[in-house]
Design a protein around this ligand. Structure first.
Ligand SMILES: Cc1cc2nc3c(=O)[nH]c(=O)nc-3n(C[C@H](O)[C@H](O)[C@H](O)COP(=O)(O)O)c2cc1C
Length: 245
């Protein structure tokens, strides 16, 4: 008998519906604009990098809507895993709200919507979509281009991952977790990820979106596909989209 985790077979979607990225183009700029670009470049240069292939392309997200939504108890009542997704892309505003809910900055201190081990930020949230793989930068509330390729099909071992519009991939920086064993690194990074995953579950419940947190991942293959360096590792993945039908 198939478990819920092996159900849900979809035909992969051919790269449709991605929102337009905001690109810096080689247009003539004023001195002020040049200053702004230099500042942005400096901020991007300070961002953690997982691989030398990452580019500095920045996709600005609209400010997240941080009020409203469903009452918490109603969202808890609706929280569930769903494994049948529509291919419909997520609107940019929904993506912005989702990423902020997942692991956005919710205080002037720079702390996040999810708790994290020893006040050391270890987990990064990557968004695999039809238009490539993006690293969510919570401070700038922006997506940084990581890879230009559609790798959704490689983010998990279940068919729906290829067709759903968004696969979140949670990546941990083991090198930031000092003086503990590899097992403890995996443990604490997984707990941090679980909190983020629950934020995503509750956001999805509130917004009528479908989601499932996933450990069914070919980890070595995904690490290679994401071009992760040796000090980083994937903890889990999570698919998000509209429910099918
Ligand atoms: C650590 C963890 C790993 C999971 N991995 C998968 C997975 O790989 N594929 C999947 O379809 N569901 C996965 N799930 C979802 C569970 O199967 C699901 O939460 C459970 O069956 C209870 O269903 P519910 O979320 O609808 O309450 C995972 C859940 C957790 C907490």
């Amino acid at each position: 008998m198939s478990s819920p985790e092996t159900r849900g077979r979809f035909a992969p979607e051919s790269g449709s519906g991605a929102e337009a990225a905001v690109h810096d183009r080689g247009l003539a700029m004023s001195r002020r604009q040049v200053g702004g670009v230099l500042l942005a470049a400096a901020a991007l240069a300070a961002m953690p990098r997982l691989s030398s292939s990452a580019t500095t392309e920045n996709r600005v997200l609209p400010p997240a809507r941080k009020t409203g939504g469903m009452p918490l108890m109603d969202a808890l009542l609706r929280r569930r895993s769903t494994r049948e997704f529509s291919e419909r892309p997520l609107p940019e505003q929904t993506l912005a709200n989702l990423l902020w809910a997942a692991y956005g900055v919710n205080r002037p201190s720079g702390d996040r919507t999810a708790p994290y081990w020893r006040h050391i930020m270890v987990v990064d949230v990557y968004a695999a979509m039809a238009d490539g793989v993006w690293l969510y930068d919570p401070k700038q509330h922006a997506l940084l281009r990581h890879l230009p390729d559609d790798i959704r099909a490689q983010t998990g071992l279940q068919d729906f991952v290829a067709a759903a519009p968004l696969d979140l991939v949670y990546v941990a920086h083991g090198d930031r977790m000092r003086d503990i064993s590899a097992d403890e690194r995996r443990l604490y990074a997984s707990v941090d990820t679980g909190f983020i995953g629950q934020n995503v579950y509750l956001f999805c419940a509130s917004e009528g979106l479908a989601t499932v947190f996933r450990g069914s991942v070919d980890y070595p293959k995904l690490a290679v596909r994401l071009r992760l360096d040796a000090s980083t590792f994937v903890t889990f993945a999570q698919t998000v989209g509209y429910p099918k039908g």
